[in-house]
Design a protein around this ligand. Structure first.
Ligand SMILES: C[S@@+](CC[C@H](N)C(=O)[O-])C[C@H]1O[C@@H](n2cnc3c(N)ncnc32)[C@H](O)[C@@H]1O
Length: 241
C-alpha cells in the first residue's frame, strides 16, 4: 500500500512524463500505480480488466486539459467511477464524473444484439444482482469522493435527454452498457456535447457476447470524420474532432 504523498508524487511524475513525451506505457503504469490502493480495494467492483483500467486512467489524465466533465454510461457497482475519481483527486482536477445506470440491470435486448446464431446473450435484468444506487452512493461518501462523482439512476432512454439538456460539455465519455440501444442512445445524445479533442471510449466492441455494441458504433461513426482506434482489449475509442 502506498501513502497519499507517494501517490500524489506518482501522479506528478506521470504529468511530467507526458509533458516530456516519454513512453506512453510508462505513463500509463504510473497512472495505474497512482490509483492502486483503490484499485486493490475496488477490484471486485469494476468489471474492467487491469489493462482496461490502465487505459481509462491514462485517458483521464490525457483529457485533463480538455474542457468539460467526465461521463460514465453504465457504472454497475461504481468501481471504475471511483478509480477515476481517485485519479482526479490525486491531480487536483476540477472535473467531476457523472455516472448513469439503471441500477436495475439491462433493459430488453433488441434485434441488433443477436449474435451469429440469432441469440442475444445479455438478457433483461442482467447486472441487477449486486447493483444498488443507495449502496454505490454511500460508498462514494465513505471513500470521500462524493464531491467528485454524481450518480444518476435510470434507463438511458429516460434520463439521458434531461442530462443533455443541462448543456454541459464533456472531455471524456465512457460508454459501457453492453447493448445496441444503450450504446446508440449514448453516442447520439452526447456526441455534440463532447468538446473538440474530447475522447469517447466504448467497451466490449467486437465481443461475441455483445454484438450490438459494435453494430451501434459502426453505424454511428459511418459518415462521421472521427476514426476508431483500439484502446485496450475490447475497449475502442475516438477523439472528437
Ligand atoms: C458492463 S456493466 C458496466 C461496468 C462498469 N463500467 C464497471 O467499471 O464495472 C453494464 C451496466 O450498464 C447498465 N445498463 C445497460 N444498459 C443500460 C441502459 N439502457 N440504461 C441504464 N443502464 C444500463 C447495466 O445496469 C450495468 O450496470
Amino acid at each position: 500500500m502506498i501513502s497519499d504523498e507517494e501517490r500524489e508524487a506518482l501522479a506528478r511524475l506521470y504529468l511530467a512524463s507526458r509533458r516530456n513525451a516519454r513512453s506512453a506505457y510508462l505513463a500509463a503504469q504510473m497512472a495505474y500505480l497512482a490509483a492502486s490502493p483503490l484499485a486493490d480495494s475496488c477490484e471486485p467492483r469494476t468489471m474492467w480488466e487491469p489493462a482496461k483500467v490502465r487505459f481509462v486512467l491514462d485517458m483521464v489524465l490525457r483529457t485533463e486539459s480538455v474542457p468539460g466533465n467526465i461521463l460514465e454510461l453504465g457504472v454497475f457497482q461504481g468501481g471504475g467511477t471511483f478509480l477515476m475519481a481517485r485519479m482526479l483527486k490525486a491531480i487536483s482536477s476540477g472535473r467531476v464524473i457523472v455516472g448513469v445506470d439503471s441500477f436495475e440491470g439491462m433493459p430488453e435486448p433488441v434485434d441488433q444484439d443477436a449474435d451469429d446464431s440469432g441469440v442475444a446473450r445479455f438478457h433483461e435484468g442482467m447486472f441487477r444482482e449486486g447493483s444498488s444506487y443507495q449502496y454505490t452512493s454511500l460508498l462514494a461518501r465513505v471513500l470521500h469522493l462524493e464531491d467528485r462523482v454524481r450518480f444518476i439512476k435510470g434507463y438511458f432512454a429516460d434520463v439521458l435527454p434531461s442530462l443533455a439538456r443541462e448543456g454541459r460539455r464533456y472531455s471524456l465519455a465512457i460508454v459501457d452498457p453492453d447493448q445496441y440501444a444503450g450504446t446508440m442512445q449514448a453516442l447520439e445524445t452526447f456526441y455534440d456535447l463532447m468538446s473538440p479533442g474530447g475522447v469517447v471510449i466504448v467497451d466490449d466492441y467486437g465481443c461475441a457476447s455483445s454484438m450490438g455494441v459494435q453494430r451501434a458504433v459502426d453505424e454511428f461513426l459511418a459518415g462521421r470524420p472521427e476514426r476508431l482506434e483500439v484502446g485496450a482489449l475490447s475497449m475502442v475509442w475516438f477523439r472528437k474532432l
